[in-house]
Ligand binder design. Structure first.
Ligand code: IMO
Ligand code: MG
Length: 334
């Protein structure tokens, strides 16, 4: 019996701090299940627990808090990478074996898909075989987790898991982000899954059970991939190096630009965000530069207060579903 479900959705192009928020919300709420709803080895989520820096790709933060950690039907898995990730977490002392659950419908990344992506440069993918796995899924030629012997100890039917007698309280921990969504993103510079609230709903949870939607953004934007994204300005180089804006999965340099307020409004409205978390506000404070992009022009503010004020006023005018905005200044909490 599902009591409620909260959703974490990245409002930009990934890497906005979903891992940190998921970790924090799991500490603050009595969730029973933390569910990944899209993507696979292309994701990289970083957070801190007991002074350890932890990076995960497939497994949600549920594991860290001894909650059920589910890989939902919209995801794909590279079995070898997943087994490595299980070992990495087990070696850190976390009990993965009893808490990791994989829906039988999840699709498996085949070695040939990874090889196919070796020389891929058009999109600048993570070369994890993610795109070809989804392609084969939609072509109805894919291999599903239910047919993968190595994963058999973890396989469940998510319907039975969520709709049994026991009370269930869910946190959805998404991967990638709105600007990478297969439909809403800047096609073809997108990933191959649904990174929106729509992706979360496709896990067998009725929409009436959705409680809060946590939209995660950064005070400036980053993007990893082939298209030109970063304007030439040495400040972006400075931010990248000083604040380590390099991909957690591939180590590639993230391109930077200022927060785009029109894109943010669109993303909040499409996902029905109730709480907005703007991460890395400390970075703007440290460089003492407060810029946004509005209608394709850069708009500058004199102080952090002016920046906050402007964003709050603008969003409260244009985003009906939004009831709270938090500007976060630490890698540990929201
Ligand atoms: P998290 O969950 C940032 C980007 C890739 C590429 C495009 C398509 O850590 O936010 P793919 O391998 O998915 O076919 O690549 O999407 N990309 C991400 N960028 N964060 C991610 O995940 C990403 N997952 C994929 O760089 O531009
Ligand atoms: Mg990431």
């Amino acid at each position: 019996m599902i009591q409620y479900a909260d959703i974490i959705v990245d409002l930009q192009a990934g890497d906005t701090g979903k891992g940190k928020v998921a970790n924090h919300l799991t500490e603050q709420n009595d969730y029973t299940h933390i569910i990944r709803y899209n993507g696979g080895g292309n994701a990289g989520h970083t957070f801190y627990h007991n002074n350890n820096k932890i990076v995960t790709h497939n497994i949600t933060v549920g594991i860290i808090h001894n909650k059920k950690s589910v890989i939902g039907p919209g995801c794909v898995i590279d079995t070898k990478k997943l087994l490595e990730e299980i070992e990495y977490l087990e070696n850190m002392g976390y009990n993965v074996k009893d808490k990791l659950l994989i829906d039988k419908r999840v699709h498996i990344v085949k070695q040939e898909y990874i090889e196919e992506e070796t020389n891929e440069t058009i999109i600048g993918t993570t070369k994890t075989g993610t795109g070809p796995t989804y392609r084969n899924k939609y072509d109805r030629k894919g291999l599903r987790a239910e047919n993968c012997e190595e994963l058999s100890p973890y396989i469940i039917d998510i319907y039975d898991e969520l709709h049994g007698k026991e009370p269930v309280r869910i946190l959805f921990e998404g991967a990638q982000g709105f600007e990478l969504d297969i439909d809403w993103g800047d096609y073809p510079y997108v990933t191959s899954s649904h990174c929106t609230v729509g992706g979360a709903l496709n896990n067998g949870v009725p929409h009436q059970k959705i409680r809060d939607v946590y939209g995660i953004a950064k005070a400036y934007r980053t993007y990893v991939g082939s298209k030109k994204f970063e304007p030439s300005d040495e400040i972006f180089d400075y931010i990248r190096n000083k604040f380590d804006e390099f991909g957690a999965t591939t180590g590639r340099a993230r391109q930077l630009n200022w927060l785009d307020i029109n894109e943010l409004i669109k993303s909040i409205n499409i996902n029905g965000v109730t709480t907005l978390i703007i991460n890395k506000f400390d970075v703007l404070k440290e460089i003492n530069t407060f810029n946004i992009i509005e209608n394709n022009d850069v708009k500058s503010f004199e102080s952090s207060d002016e920046f906050v004020q402007y964003i709050q006023t603008k969003l409260s005018k244009h985003c009906e579903t939004l009831s709270d905005i938090k500007f976060s200044e630490t890698p540990y909490i929201i």
